[in-house]
Ligand binder design. Structure first.
Ligand code: HEC
Ligand code: HEC
Length: 236
């Protein structure tokens, strides 16, 4: 399993273009490049039967759409635009980030009873198919709700808080909230309730699958969390 993930990751890293695509058609170009590139195929040579089907295969977007529409749509909404504030929007999220979260739910590294069940039913291939498909779906813009809070959120998001060593969120999630492929998730338009719940979970050690975010969130108080979550909801 570890080897398989490593070779998958290696294939992604060797192909910077794969992480920046946004349109559906673009997805096939870098992935087919991977299949024909000898360097990316090298790990498969060691254990062809176990590794080749996943690492060489480009994501099957049609299958991803079908699986998403059969199961995930119930909570994550049409095209991954969730209509429920506690369920995250997945549309336009970096696919590598989504795959990592699904792996973390499945392994229990990120704990959530609902998602552990759904993620456990997915193979590595299913995860990739769904993640790469939903990433091609355009996210609907969101809105900030609280004019007073949003100014505080904007200040921390852009500049951090120097004397408390809180880094600017923009440094990793980008100034417009689009995130930075492959590991820094898009926050722009995410539901404030979901974002606030995640920041609180990181702070309180409930979400434990990323050290950097735990350290960042550890320094935030409740008001700052609400302000940041409100700000990112309307950010674009
Ligand atoms: C019954 C509702 C429900 C269904 C169905 C569901 N999810 Fe989720 N999903 C959630 C909830 C709730 C969360 C937030 C979990 C948390 O708080 O950590 C979540 C979180 C996620 C995340 C993490 C997003 C992020 O921004 O970190 C991913 C990825 C995800 N779901 C993918 C899927 C996929 C793929 C399916 C279908 C196979 C699916 N979900 C089906 C409720 C659901
Ligand atoms: C040093 C880089 C870094 C900085 C600075 C940073 N983040 Fe993050 N953030 C990450 C990474 C990496 C993840 C994904 C963690 C994972 O892989 O599970 C993340 C995840 C998140 C999530 C969860 C997204 C989701 O869909 O579940 C939220 C919300 C978030 N960050 C908000 C913030 C806010 C607000 C700030 C500023 C106070 C901030 N981050 C600063 C790197 C950073």
């Amino acid at each position: 399993m570890k080897l398989l993930l490593t070779s998958l990751l290696a294939a992604f890293l060797a192909l910077p273009a794969v992480s920046s695509f946004a349109a559906g058609e673009a997805a096939s170009a870098p992935a087919s490049g991977a299949a024909s590139a000898p360097a990316a195929a090298a790990p498969a040579a060691a254990a062809p039967a176990a590794i080749a089907p996943v690492s060489a295969a480009k994501p099957d977007l049609a299958k991803g759409e079908a699986s998403f529409t059969a199961v995930c749509v119930a909570c994550h909404g049409v095209g991954g635009n969730s209509g429920t504030p506690t369920f995250p929007t997945l549309a336009q999220q970096h696919p590598e980030y989504l795959v990592k979260q699904l792996q973390d739910f499945k392994s229990g590294k990120r704990q959530n009873a609902i998602m552990q069940g759904f993620a456990s039913a997915l193979s590595e291939g299913d995860m990739r198919n769904i993640a790469y498909w939903v990433a091609t779906s355009k996210a609907k813009p969101g809105f900030a709700m609280d004019k007073n809070l949003v100014a505080l959120g904007e200040r921390i998001y852009r500049g951090g808080v120097a004397d408390r060593r809180i880094p600017a969120c923009a440094g990793c999630h980008s100034p417009n909230g689009a995130g930075i492929p492959v590991q820094y998730p898009r926050l722009s338009g995410q539901h404030a309730e979901y974002a606030a719940a995640q920041l609180t979970a990181f702070r309180d050690g409930v979400r434990n699958n990323n050290l950097v975010m735990s350290q960042v969130a550890a320094k935030l108080n409740d008001k700052e969390i609400r302000a940041l979550a409100d700000y990112v909801a309307g950010l674009h």
